[in-house]
Ligand binder design. Sequence first.
Ligand SMILES: NC(=O)c1ccc[n+]([C@@H]2O[C@H](COP(=O)([O-])OP(=O)(O)OC[C@H]3O[C@@H](n4cnc5c(N)ncnc54)[C@H](O)[C@@H]3O)[C@@H](O)[C@H]2O)c1
Ligand SMILES: O=CCc1c[nH]cn1
Length: 486
Amino acid sequence: MTRPDIQPKASHFIDGAAIEDTDGTPIVCTYAATGEELARLHAATPAIVDRALAAADRAQAEWAALQPVERGRVLRRAADILRERNHGLSVIETLDTGKPLQETLVADATSGADALEYFGGLAASLGGEHIPLGGDWAYTVREPLGVCTGIGAWNYPMQIACWKAAPALACGNTMVFKPSEATPLSALKLAEILVEAGAPAGVFNVVQGYGEVGAQLIGDDRVAKVSLTGSVPTGRKVYTAAAEGMKHVTMELGGKSPMLVFDDADIDKAVSGAILGNFYSSGQICSNGTRVFVQRKALEPFLDRLRERLSGVVMGDPLDEETNFGPLVNESQMEKVLGFIQAGRDEGARLVAGGARVDRPGYYVEPTVFADVTDDMTIAREEIFGPVLSVLSFDTEEEAIRRANATPYGLAAGVFTNDLARGHRVAAAFRAGTTFINHYNVTPVEMPFGAVKMSGFGRENGKAAIEHYSQVKSVYVGMGDVEAPF
Ligand SMILES: NC(=O)c1ccc[n+]([C@@H]2O[C@H](COP(=O)([O-])OP(=O)(O)OC[C@H]3O[C@@H](n4cnc5c(N)ncnc54)[C@H](O)[C@@H]3O)[C@@H](O)[C@H]2O)c1
Ligand SMILES: O=CCc1c[nH]cn1
């Protein structure tokens, strides 16, 4: 496939226009499959950040004053444009992230379009309630928060931008979005598309940059809410900074999620779940079920089937639609993942598959499976964010639940069993925000997605997201005399 030129017109998109300022620190986009440079942008200077916030602040009242059905229409038009341009957008996402086109065609711009369509549809139904109080009465109004800041990670750049922008804009907020410095491109496309769909200038703005640009956005008094998708250490900093200004937050952070496979489960389904939860996007998914607990009787059948299924891995140029396993996003992520693999070996886990960098250009690491993993090993405790699956064994349901929950994280958890009652019992016992019974890592927009414990706070998707992008105002209406003590 011929590679298109993906150098954007300018680094930022502010107040309806592409804006450049070459004084900012350079941001270089490289193709993870080869290491070659594809585009060069610049981080926002403080003046650029200020301009974006001023635009979002100015646009907010006008956007919020639109009839909600009109706001919804803009979002739904943007969804249609994303779908029409899915192929081109997917190519950009593949070049920016290294994820196979086979994946980006179905899971990135399309997932973003789902969010725009879903929240566009909800926009007109976000009313309040009428509360009778005898003679008097009260009503509530659902109001926007104001200017929201979105800060993204690099694994699903377009999806992350849309999962934040869609509910924010549906509720009448405006947004300044900062993509990850590793994947700056697709958010700029989203900004252009929203304007084309009818969003007034300033409603959705994009500024590029590293952590300090994110910090500047959070610290600004004009910002009412911060929604971060990123790691737990960054989440701690962002949550702390937001608390200083008493700002609303959504924290979509990292995890070390468990997947339980009981010996009554359909082993093929469980292996599919483990593949989706460890090797899709080369393992760079926050909700991955990287601790796969398999009941002892099912252990060898599970490992045998997993080994067989790994023969289906097609590693290659991510732009080739036959490729189903791509490189990691960049060299530093690859080195980090290889370090965890070494820790697994050093601490005595049994390497069942993979375990090495692939001998080809780019940042490919083999799909790696460790068995005989114990709860105390580094690979069972720390988020790896790469294609490394750890298999642990268990005997009883009570033991499996206890060990599954013994983590500071609480993003996702899954259970494979053919016992219906057990499936629901285990899902109820999981201390995680997003749980799966007999499936894994599917994220339909209709279902709230989010975390508990150190993995975060707030929800994206589903009606639940509305709670995190709006606030309720109460209006008490006195209908009679006002009695006072004196
Ligand atoms: N829960 C979810 O929905 C979800 C989804 C995707 C990724 N993630 C998590 O993201 C992590 C991988 O992404 P990453 O490496 O880009 O994460 P990261 O925490 O390094 O960076 C995330 C974003 O925060 C910005 N940032 C860094 N320091 C900042 C600061 N002090 N103030 C404001 N912004 C700052 C970065 O520039 C980037 O845009 C993993 O831990 C993964 O689990 C979570
Ligand atoms: O990376 C986290 C969010 C997600 C999960 N599946 C697809 N996207």
